[in-house]
Design a protein around this ligand. Structure first.
Ligand SMILES: N[C@@H](CCC(=O)N[C@@H](CS)C(=O)NCC(=O)O)C(=O)O
Length: 278
């Protein structure tokens, strides 16, 4: 822990090419509920590098990390309890939710949608034709529609249910006082995900990627959410070959590698989780 900076450092992964190498060199990188003793001032004055306050298995954090990976953007990952509500964290994001980006100049950018828009505005143009939020207004609408589909609809119908029941209730019991495991929620997620897989295959039968011919925020949001469900082995890939092929393409991108080596404390991943040829 870096006490001088007032935040726990070294636990996160740097989303740069160097970090990508470092993280793949440490397949046992473990993630668990962190303890933070930071001060607001330190959070607002990150030195040199932007910082992403995130939780490694929060799909919205993963979405932002995939964007940063595609942009080859360097940032420090600061691992946080999603339900922590530490005073200094509420000072930068009163909503208390993850992820939050703190730019190198201290600009605070809260929430996955706002971060995605901000990164497009500040760094998106460098990708040219491969811009993740495409230039054309109707392509932007379609990209935003599908990004929201996964960040909101899929989250409520699938990934949030799986995460709550299989990880969050165990890792952060204080956030679920008196809540017993809910097998109905797992069952509902299992039924719902089949419709989402069908929708993915419907889309990729007509286009190269989910929102169009180029990789976009829609693919990154979808893959981020599928990846956390896949950790628990709860994506029935064999039921849908086209969706599986789409996920295999995105899973093999360098930006995905740091995600695949992360582990939840005491909860091992499904056997195929980091297998690119699953
Ligand atoms: N709609 C939220 C999405 C982010 C979100 O739900 N993050 C979760 C973790 S995946 C979180 O921080 N949950 C704790 C909370 O909201 O109290 C936003 O834009 O801020």
């Amino acid at each position: 822990m870096d006490e001088s900076a007032g935040v726990e450092r070294g636990q996160g992964v740097l989303y740069s090419h160097a970090a990508l190498r470092a993280s793949t060199g440490h397949p046992d990188h473990r993630v668990g509920p962190p303890a933070f003793h930071s001060q607001t001032q330190a959070l607002l004055s990150p030195d040199i590098m932007p910082a992403l306050h995130q939780f490694s298995f929060c799909p919205h954090s993963r979405f932002v990390r995939l964007i940063m990976g595609e942009l080859a953007m360097e940032a420090e990952a600061i691992e946080r309890n999603p339900f922590g509500r530490e005073r200094e964290f509420l000072a930068i994001n009163p909503a208390g939710a993850l992820p939050v980006l703190v730019e190198h100049d201290g600009q605070v950018v809260p929430g996955p949608d706002i971060i995605a828009e901000y990164l497009d505005e500040t760094r998106g143009l460098v990708l040219g034709e491969r811009r993740l939020l495409p230039e054309n207004p109707s392509a932007r609408v379609e990209t935003r529609r599908l990004t929201q589909w996964f960040n909101v609809k899929f989250f409520h119908e699938v990934s949030e249910l799986v995460l709550n029941e299989k990880a969050y209730k165990r890792l952060f019991p204080e956030a679920f006082p008196g809540d017993a495991p809910n097998t109905n929620a797992i069952r509902a997620a299992g039924a719902n995900i089949r419709y989402h897989l069908s929708y993915v295959s419907h889309l990729v039968a007509r286009r190269n990627w989910l929102a169009g011919e180029t990789l976009s925020y829609a693919d990154l949001a979808a893959a981020a959410h599928f990846s956390v469900v896949d950790y628990f082995g709860d994506v029935p890939w064999d039921a849908n070959e086209a969706a599986k092929n789409w996920y295999a393409r995105i899973k093999s991108r360098p930006a995905f590698r740091p995600l695949l080596v992360e582990r939840l404390k005491g909860i091992p991943p499904a056997a195929h989780y980091n297998n690119l040829d699953f």
